[in-house]
Design a protein around this ligand. Structure first.
Ligand SMILES: Nc1nc2c(ncn2[C@@H]2O[C@H](COP(=O)(O)OP(=O)(O)OP(=O)(O)O)[C@@H](O)[C@H]2O)c(=O)[nH]1
Ligand SMILES: [Mg+2]
Length: 229
């Protein structure tokens, strides 16, 4: 049976722009694909267009380094944006991408939709990874998970932020790794005078929930470990 025609069935590459100044005029509505580096933005555009190499895809993060535009036959533009959050590029280049991205999102008058592509944390069957709070772990497994959860919290704190709702309800267990989710309550130390109190609360809930799994979790020790350089 022939596949039904879709709005994305005739898509052509239009232009690759390094800076917002290099973008074409703003007379067609634009839908942009944004998200963390390597999350699958370019792949999502290819999937919609049912093409393999319209947007270039790569196993390694940081593949899309410019804003790539594609024109839909029916009018309209798709924009494949560079990803954010990829640490393994020189600081200056990362800042340049972030500035480009930020300028695009704030000034592009024809931008009428933003598809935020997010990683699915789960298996190939579409089953999400379990929350740690839902698992019954052996003691040594729970201890390893606790160790990773403390390290993850430390990374958040050393980026200048507090999670704000950190407990085993918001940590998934995926391929042997503790993956933190649910960031809407994140705050920055520099903007929130109560951030340290929230950090203490995060550590308390983390320790409390791991104690239920049989781990000896000492709040004071954990706080000291997290604050240490
Ligand atoms: N399993 C799986 N892999 C995917 C999916 N989408 C993309 N990938 C793979 O993830 C990797 C990155 O895909 P890209 O589409 O290049 O990701 P991107 O977000 O455009 O990356 P940057 O341009 O580097 O920011 C490639 O190896 C893809 O094959 C998906 O839905 N499932
Ligand atoms: Mg890409």
């Amino acid at each position: 049976m022939p596949e039904p025609a879709s709005a994305f069935s005739k898509v052509e590459f239009l232009i690759s722009a390094g800076v917002t100044g290099g973008l074409p005029s703003e007379d067609l509505p634009e839908l942009a694909f944004a998200g963390r580096s390597n999350v699958g933005k370019s792949s999502a555009i290819n999937a919609l267009a049912r093409r393999k190499r319209l947007a270039f895809v790569s196993k390694t993060p940081g593949r899309t380094q410019t804003i790539n535009l594609f024109r839909l036959a029916g009018g309209g533009i798709l924009a494949d944006l560079p990803g954010y959050g990829y640490a393994k590029v020189p600081e200056a280049l990362r800042r340049h991408w972030e500035a480009t991205l930020s300028a695009y999102l704030q000034t592009r008058a024809s931008l009428c939709g933003l598809a935020l592509v997010m990683e699915f944390i789960g298996d190939e069957n579409g089953d999400p990874a379990p929350r740690i709070s839902d698992l019954k772990m052996e003691k040594d497994e729970a201890e390893e998970t606790f160790r990773q959860s403390v390290q993850n919290l430390k990374r958040i704190v050393h980026s200048g932020r507090v999670h704000g709702d950190y407990s085993t309800f918001n940590i998934l267990w995926h391929n042997g790794e503790a993956v933190v989710i649910d960031f809407p309550q994140v705050m920055e130390f520099k903007n929130n005078p109560n951030a340290h109190a929230f950090l203490e609360r995060d550590v308390r809930s983390l320790c409390k929930s791991f104690m239920k799994q049989g781990v000896i979790a000492d709040e004071v020790k954990v706080l000291r470990e997290i604050r240490a350089r």
